[in-house]
Design a protein around this ligand. Structure first.
Ligand code: 13P
Ligand code: SF4
Length: 369
Protein backbone atom coordinates (compact mmCIF):
# COMPACT_ATOMS: atom_id res chain seq x y z
CA UNK A 1 0.00 0.00 0.00
CA UNK A 2 1.47 3.39 -0.88
CA UNK A 3 1.33 6.47 1.32
CA UNK A 4 -1.70 7.87 -0.49
CA UNK A 5 -3.70 4.70 -0.12
CA UNK A 6 -2.79 4.45 3.56
CA UNK A 7 -4.09 8.00 4.02
CA UNK A 8 -7.30 7.03 2.32
CA UNK A 9 -6.85 9.78 -0.26
CA UNK A 10 -6.78 9.86 -4.00
CA UNK A 11 -4.49 12.33 -5.68
CA UNK A 12 -6.48 13.64 -8.58
CA UNK A 13 -3.48 15.52 -9.90
CA UNK A 14 0.27 15.48 -9.57
CA UNK A 15 3.03 17.98 -10.16
CA UNK A 16 3.50 18.72 -13.88
CA UNK A 17 6.96 18.23 -15.40
CA UNK A 18 7.50 21.89 -16.21
CA UNK A 19 8.08 22.78 -12.54
CA UNK A 20 11.36 20.88 -12.73
CA UNK A 21 12.57 23.38 -15.38
CA UNK A 22 11.92 26.52 -13.30
CA UNK A 23 14.69 28.19 -11.32
CA UNK A 24 14.27 28.82 -7.60
CA UNK A 25 14.23 32.58 -8.27
CA UNK A 26 11.42 32.20 -10.83
CA UNK A 27 9.36 30.07 -8.46
CA UNK A 28 9.87 32.42 -5.51
CA UNK A 29 8.90 35.44 -7.60
CA UNK A 30 5.70 33.71 -8.79
CA UNK A 31 4.71 32.72 -5.23
CA UNK A 32 5.18 36.33 -4.09
CA UNK A 33 3.14 37.59 -7.03
CA UNK A 34 0.23 35.20 -6.43
CA UNK A 35 0.20 35.92 -2.69
CA UNK A 36 0.00 39.64 -3.43
CA UNK A 37 -2.86 39.12 -5.89
CA UNK A 38 -4.92 37.05 -3.48
CA UNK A 39 -4.24 39.19 -0.39
CA UNK A 40 -6.43 38.17 2.59
CA UNK A 41 -8.29 35.60 0.50
CA UNK A 42 -5.26 33.33 0.82
CA UNK A 43 -3.66 32.15 4.05
CA UNK A 44 -0.55 29.97 4.28
CA UNK A 45 0.11 28.36 7.68
CA UNK A 46 3.53 26.65 8.01
CA UNK A 47 4.66 24.11 10.57
CA UNK A 48 8.10 24.58 12.17
CA UNK A 49 9.31 21.35 10.50
CA UNK A 50 8.84 22.75 6.99
CA UNK A 51 11.80 23.47 4.73
CA UNK A 52 13.18 27.01 4.54
CA UNK A 53 12.18 27.26 0.85
CA UNK A 54 8.54 26.91 1.96
CA UNK A 55 8.43 28.41 5.46
CA UNK A 56 9.65 31.76 4.10
CA UNK A 57 6.19 32.18 2.54
CA UNK A 58 4.18 31.22 5.63
CA UNK A 59 1.75 33.86 6.91
CA UNK A 60 1.91 32.15 10.31
CA UNK A 61 4.55 29.76 11.57
CA UNK A 62 3.84 27.51 14.51
CA UNK A 63 3.61 24.14 16.15
CA UNK A 64 0.50 22.05 15.59
CA UNK A 65 -1.39 23.65 18.52
CA UNK A 66 -0.71 27.21 17.42
CA UNK A 67 -1.62 26.46 13.80
CA UNK A 68 -4.88 24.83 14.89
CA UNK A 69 -5.71 27.87 17.03
CA UNK A 70 -4.89 30.26 14.19
CA UNK A 71 -6.94 28.32 11.63
CA UNK A 72 -9.93 28.43 13.98
CA UNK A 73 -9.72 32.25 13.89
CA UNK A 74 -9.17 32.90 10.19
CA UNK A 75 -12.67 33.51 8.76
CA UNK A 76 -11.61 35.84 5.93
CA UNK A 77 -9.32 33.36 4.14
CA UNK A 78 -11.11 31.69 1.27
CA UNK A 79 -8.14 29.39 0.64
CA UNK A 80 -5.86 27.90 3.29
CA UNK A 81 -2.79 26.36 1.65
CA UNK A 82 -1.43 24.24 4.48
CA UNK A 83 2.32 23.71 4.62
CA UNK A 84 2.53 20.80 7.01
CA UNK A 85 1.26 17.23 6.96
CA UNK A 86 -2.08 15.63 6.16
CA UNK A 87 -3.48 15.39 9.71
CA UNK A 88 -2.75 19.12 10.26
CA UNK A 89 -4.60 20.04 7.07
CA UNK A 90 -7.54 17.84 8.16
CA UNK A 91 -7.59 19.68 11.49
CA UNK A 92 -7.55 23.02 9.65
CA UNK A 93 -10.46 21.87 7.47
CA UNK A 94 -12.51 20.89 10.52
CA UNK A 95 -11.82 24.16 12.33
CA UNK A 96 -12.50 26.47 9.38
CA UNK A 97 -15.89 27.40 7.94
CA UNK A 98 -17.78 25.45 5.24
CA UNK A 99 -16.86 27.99 2.54
CA UNK A 100 -13.14 27.91 3.28
CA UNK A 101 -11.07 25.48 1.25
CA UNK A 102 -8.01 23.79 2.73
CA UNK A 103 -5.32 22.61 0.33
CA UNK A 104 -2.33 20.35 0.97
CA UNK A 105 0.24 21.09 -1.79
CA UNK A 106 1.34 17.44 -1.94
CA UNK A 107 -1.06 14.69 -0.89
CA UNK A 108 1.90 12.43 -0.12
CA UNK A 109 2.74 14.58 2.92
CA UNK A 110 1.41 12.14 5.51
CA UNK A 111 2.64 11.23 8.98
CA UNK A 112 3.80 7.68 9.63
CA UNK A 113 2.75 7.96 13.26
CA UNK A 114 -0.81 9.00 12.38
CA UNK A 115 -0.97 5.98 10.06
CA UNK A 116 -0.21 3.67 12.99
CA UNK A 117 -3.78 3.90 14.31
CA UNK A 118 -6.56 3.21 11.88
CA UNK A 119 -10.19 3.38 12.87
CA UNK A 120 -10.94 -0.35 12.45
CA UNK A 121 -8.00 -1.30 14.67
CA UNK A 122 -9.11 1.27 17.22
CA UNK A 123 -12.71 0.08 17.36
CA UNK A 124 -11.58 -3.54 17.71
CA UNK A 125 -9.11 -2.65 20.46
CA UNK A 126 -11.75 -0.59 22.27
CA UNK A 127 -14.05 -3.61 22.48
CA UNK A 128 -11.26 -5.63 24.10
CA UNK A 129 -10.52 -2.80 26.53
CA UNK A 130 -14.18 -2.50 27.52
CA UNK A 131 -14.26 -6.26 28.18
CA UNK A 132 -11.31 -5.94 30.59
CA UNK A 133 -11.89 -2.57 32.25
CA UNK A 134 -15.54 -1.76 31.51
CA UNK A 135 -16.67 1.83 31.20
CA UNK A 136 -13.68 3.30 33.03
CA UNK A 137 -11.61 4.51 30.07
CA UNK A 138 -11.38 7.95 28.44
CA UNK A 139 -9.65 8.07 25.04
CA UNK A 140 -7.18 10.86 24.28
CA UNK A 141 -5.48 11.25 20.93
CA UNK A 142 -2.40 13.17 19.97
CA UNK A 143 -3.38 15.52 17.12
CA UNK A 144 -0.99 13.43 15.03
CA UNK A 145 -3.87 11.14 14.13
CA UNK A 146 -6.47 10.83 11.38
CA UNK A 147 -9.76 12.71 11.54
CA UNK A 148 -11.50 9.34 12.01
CA UNK A 149 -9.51 8.69 15.21
CA UNK A 150 -10.29 12.20 16.43
CA UNK A 151 -13.94 11.40 15.73
CA UNK A 152 -13.74 8.18 17.73
CA UNK A 153 -12.22 10.04 20.66
CA UNK A 154 -14.81 12.83 20.45
CA UNK A 155 -17.64 10.31 20.42
CA UNK A 156 -16.47 8.72 23.68
CA UNK A 157 -16.04 12.01 25.55
CA UNK A 158 -12.29 12.37 25.07
CA UNK A 159 -10.12 15.07 23.55
CA UNK A 160 -7.13 15.77 21.35
CA UNK A 161 -3.78 16.78 22.79
CA UNK A 162 -0.62 18.26 21.33
CA UNK A 163 2.87 18.06 22.74
CA UNK A 164 2.30 21.64 23.98
CA UNK A 165 -0.71 20.89 26.21
CA UNK A 166 -0.46 17.15 26.85
CA UNK A 167 0.19 17.44 30.61
CA UNK A 168 -2.80 19.69 31.14
CA UNK A 169 -5.00 17.44 29.01
CA UNK A 170 -3.91 14.25 30.75
CA UNK A 171 -4.61 15.82 34.17
CA UNK A 172 -8.07 16.82 32.91
CA UNK A 173 -8.68 13.33 31.52
CA UNK A 174 -8.05 11.79 34.96
CA UNK A 175 -10.81 14.00 36.39
CA UNK A 176 -13.20 12.37 33.88
CA UNK A 177 -12.38 8.66 34.10
CA UNK A 178 -10.19 6.23 36.03
CA UNK A 179 -8.17 5.12 33.00
CA UNK A 180 -6.85 6.72 29.83
CA UNK A 181 -6.34 5.22 26.39
CA UNK A 182 -3.59 7.27 24.77
CA UNK A 183 -3.36 7.16 20.94
CA UNK A 184 -1.25 6.82 18.81
CA UNK A 185 2.18 7.72 20.29
CA UNK A 186 3.21 5.42 23.11
CA UNK A 187 6.26 7.55 23.91
CA UNK A 188 4.44 10.85 24.37
CA UNK A 189 1.85 9.02 26.48
CA UNK A 190 4.42 7.20 28.62
CA UNK A 191 6.68 10.22 29.13
CA UNK A 192 3.81 12.49 30.12
CA UNK A 193 2.00 10.02 32.37
CA UNK A 194 5.29 9.25 34.16
CA UNK A 195 5.86 12.98 34.68
CA UNK A 196 2.44 13.16 36.33
CA UNK A 197 3.29 10.35 38.74
CA UNK A 198 1.91 7.28 36.95
CA UNK A 199 4.44 4.46 37.35
CA UNK A 200 5.56 2.26 34.45
CA UNK A 201 3.84 -0.69 36.18
CA UNK A 202 0.55 1.18 35.82
CA UNK A 203 0.89 1.46 32.03
CA UNK A 204 -0.08 -1.28 29.57
CA UNK A 205 0.72 -1.20 25.86
CA UNK A 206 -1.87 -2.22 23.26
CA UNK A 207 -0.43 -3.65 20.04
CA UNK A 208 -2.98 -3.16 17.22
CA UNK A 209 -1.15 -5.58 14.92
CA UNK A 210 -1.21 -8.61 17.24
CA UNK A 211 -4.43 -7.27 18.85
CA UNK A 212 -2.99 -7.97 22.27
CA UNK A 213 -1.67 -6.21 25.34
CA UNK A 214 1.93 -6.02 26.50
CA UNK A 215 1.50 -6.10 30.26
CA UNK A 216 2.51 -8.41 33.05
CA UNK A 217 1.09 -6.86 36.21
CA UNK A 218 -2.28 -6.70 37.92
CA UNK A 219 -4.81 -5.50 35.28
CA UNK A 220 -6.79 -3.60 37.90
CA UNK A 221 -3.75 -1.39 38.50
CA UNK A 222 -3.57 -0.16 34.91
CA UNK A 223 -4.14 3.59 34.65
CA UNK A 224 -2.87 4.30 31.14
CA UNK A 225 -3.22 2.14 28.02
CA UNK A 226 -0.62 3.20 25.47
CA UNK A 227 -1.26 2.58 21.80
CA UNK A 228 1.81 0.97 20.24
CA UNK A 229 2.68 3.75 17.79
CA UNK A 230 5.74 5.94 17.47
CA UNK A 231 7.38 8.65 15.41
CA UNK A 232 9.99 7.20 13.08
CA UNK A 233 11.91 10.49 13.21
CA UNK A 234 12.12 10.90 17.00
CA UNK A 235 12.86 7.21 17.57
CA UNK A 236 16.23 7.81 15.90
CA UNK A 237 17.63 9.41 19.04
CA UNK A 238 19.31 6.98 21.42
CA UNK A 239 20.79 7.13 24.91
CA UNK A 240 24.18 6.32 23.33
CA UNK A 241 24.01 9.70 21.52
CA UNK A 242 23.58 11.46 24.87
CA UNK A 243 26.41 9.47 26.46
CA UNK A 244 28.68 10.21 23.54
CA UNK A 245 28.02 13.96 23.67
CA UNK A 246 28.50 14.09 27.45
CA UNK A 247 31.79 12.19 27.22
CA UNK A 248 32.97 14.69 24.66
CA UNK A 249 31.77 17.79 26.53
CA UNK A 250 30.02 17.71 29.91
CA UNK A 251 28.74 21.29 29.46
CA UNK A 252 26.35 20.45 26.61
CA UNK A 253 22.65 20.66 27.58
CA UNK A 254 20.53 17.95 26.02
CA UNK A 255 16.96 18.92 25.10
CA UNK A 256 14.52 16.54 23.37
CA UNK A 257 10.94 16.30 22.13
CA UNK A 258 8.71 13.95 24.21
CA UNK A 259 8.10 11.76 21.14
CA UNK A 260 11.57 10.38 21.93
CA UNK A 261 11.69 7.13 23.87
CA UNK A 262 11.34 7.04 27.66
CA UNK A 263 15.05 6.23 28.15
CA UNK A 264 16.13 9.17 25.99
CA UNK A 265 13.78 11.58 27.78
CA UNK A 266 14.97 10.33 31.18
CA UNK A 267 18.63 10.72 30.19
CA UNK A 268 18.19 14.23 28.75
CA UNK A 269 18.38 17.50 30.70
CA UNK A 270 15.17 18.96 29.29
CA UNK A 271 12.19 17.58 27.38
CA UNK A 272 9.23 19.40 25.91
CA UNK A 273 7.17 20.38 22.90
CA UNK A 274 8.41 22.05 19.73
CA UNK A 275 7.46 25.43 21.19
CA UNK A 276 9.18 24.63 24.48
CA UNK A 277 12.40 23.71 22.65
CA UNK A 278 12.35 26.94 20.62
CA UNK A 279 11.65 29.12 23.69
CA UNK A 280 14.25 27.38 25.85
CA UNK A 281 17.00 27.97 23.31
CA UNK A 282 15.87 31.58 22.80
CA UNK A 283 16.14 32.22 26.54
CA UNK A 284 19.51 30.46 26.93
CA UNK A 285 22.60 32.61 27.55
CA UNK A 286 25.05 33.37 24.75
CA UNK A 287 27.85 30.83 24.68
CA UNK A 288 25.69 28.02 26.06
CA UNK A 289 25.92 24.61 24.39
CA UNK A 290 22.97 22.53 23.25
CA UNK A 291 22.27 19.18 21.62
CA UNK A 292 18.69 19.03 20.31
CA UNK A 293 16.69 15.85 19.75
CA UNK A 294 14.01 16.78 17.25
CA UNK A 295 13.30 17.16 13.54
CA UNK A 296 16.24 18.41 11.48
CA UNK A 297 14.68 21.28 9.45
CA UNK A 298 13.79 22.86 12.79
CA UNK A 299 17.17 22.13 14.37
CA UNK A 300 19.00 23.68 11.40
CA UNK A 301 16.80 26.77 11.61
CA UNK A 302 17.43 27.11 15.35
CA UNK A 303 21.18 26.82 14.67
CA UNK A 304 20.98 29.60 12.02
CA UNK A 305 18.92 31.86 14.28
CA UNK A 306 21.30 31.58 17.26
CA UNK A 307 24.86 32.10 16.04
CA UNK A 308 25.82 33.17 19.60
CA UNK A 309 25.16 29.62 20.94
CA UNK A 310 26.79 26.29 20.15
CA UNK A 311 23.95 24.09 18.90
CA UNK A 312 24.02 20.68 17.25
CA UNK A 313 21.68 17.79 16.58
CA UNK A 314 21.70 15.09 19.24
CA UNK A 315 22.10 12.54 16.44
CA UNK A 316 24.83 13.69 14.02
CA UNK A 317 23.31 11.59 11.20
CA UNK A 318 19.78 12.86 11.67
CA UNK A 319 17.67 13.86 8.68
CA UNK A 320 14.47 15.83 8.23
CA UNK A 321 10.96 14.34 8.45
CA UNK A 322 10.58 12.94 4.93
CA UNK A 323 6.85 13.46 4.72
CA UNK A 324 7.05 17.07 5.96
CA UNK A 325 9.64 17.55 3.21
CA UNK A 326 7.18 16.52 0.51
CA UNK A 327 5.88 20.07 0.67
CA UNK A 328 8.49 21.86 -1.40
CA UNK A 329 8.62 25.06 -3.42
CA UNK A 330 7.45 23.46 -6.72
CA UNK A 331 4.38 21.90 -5.04
CA UNK A 332 3.56 25.14 -3.22
CA UNK A 333 3.81 27.13 -6.46
CA UNK A 334 1.80 24.55 -8.39
CA UNK A 335 -1.10 24.63 -5.91
CA UNK A 336 -1.07 28.45 -5.97
CA UNK A 337 -0.93 28.66 -9.78
CA UNK A 338 -3.88 26.29 -9.95
CA UNK A 339 -5.82 28.57 -7.60
CA UNK A 340 -4.94 31.49 -9.86
CA UNK A 341 -6.45 29.51 -12.78
CA UNK A 342 -9.57 28.95 -10.68
CA UNK A 343 -8.88 25.28 -9.92
CA UNK A 344 -8.50 23.80 -6.44
CA UNK A 345 -6.09 20.85 -6.41
CA UNK A 346 -5.50 18.54 -3.45
CA UNK A 347 -8.33 19.88 -1.34
CA UNK A 348 -8.61 18.30 2.09
CA UNK A 349 -12.24 17.78 2.92
CA UNK A 350 -13.19 15.73 5.95
CA UNK A 351 -16.67 14.13 5.58
CA UNK A 352 -19.36 15.78 7.74
CA UNK A 353 -20.13 12.57 9.62
CA UNK A 354 -16.48 12.39 10.79
CA UNK A 355 -16.17 16.11 11.46
CA UNK A 356 -19.26 16.05 13.70
CA UNK A 357 -17.45 14.07 16.43
CA UNK A 358 -13.85 14.97 15.60
CA UNK A 359 -14.57 18.64 16.13
CA UNK A 360 -15.78 17.83 19.66
CA UNK A 361 -12.36 16.42 20.55
CA UNK A 362 -10.60 19.43 19.00
CA UNK A 363 -12.89 21.93 20.69
CA UNK A 364 -12.40 20.28 24.08
CA UNK A 365 -8.66 20.66 23.58
CA UNK A 366 -8.87 24.28 22.44
CA UNK A 367 -11.14 25.21 25.37
CA UNK A 368 -8.78 23.65 27.89
CA UNK A 369 -5.51 24.95 26.32
P1 13P B 1 4.17 19.69 17.56
O1 13P B 1 2.87 19.31 18.18
O2 13P B 1 5.19 19.97 18.57
O3 13P B 1 3.99 20.76 16.55
O4 13P B 1 4.73 18.44 16.79
C1 13P B 1 4.12 17.92 15.68
C2 13P B 1 4.90 16.79 15.19
O5 13P B 1 4.60 16.24 14.17
C3 13P B 1 5.98 16.33 16.02
O6 13P B 1 6.63 15.28 15.40
FE1 SF4 C 1 4.81 12.50 11.95
FE2 SF4 C 1 7.14 12.18 13.20
FE3 SF4 C 1 7.03 13.58 10.92
FE4 SF4 C 1 5.98 14.56 13.20
S1 SF4 C 1 8.12 14.15 12.76
S2 SF4 C 1 5.04 14.58 11.16
S3 SF4 C 1 5.18 12.66 14.15
S4 SF4 C 1 6.56 11.36 11.18
Amino acid sequence: MDVLESLGVESKASLPERYAQLSVEEMEARVREIKATFGNRLFIPGHHYQKDEVIQFADARGDSLKLAQICAEMPEAEFVVFCGVHFMAETADMLTGPDQKVILPDMRAGCSMADMADIDQTEKGWVKMQEIWGDTILPLTYVNSTAAIKGFVGKYGGACVTSGNVKKMLKWAFTQKERILFLPDQHLGRNTAFDLGVSLEEMAVYDPISESFEYEGDWEQVKVILWKGHCSVHEKFHVSHIEHIRERDAEVNVIVHPECTFDVVQASDYAGSTNYIIKTIEAAPAGSKWAIGTEMNLVNRIIDEHPDKEIESLNPFMCACLTMNRIDLPHLLWSLEKLEEGEVVNQISVPDEVTKYAVLSLERMLELS
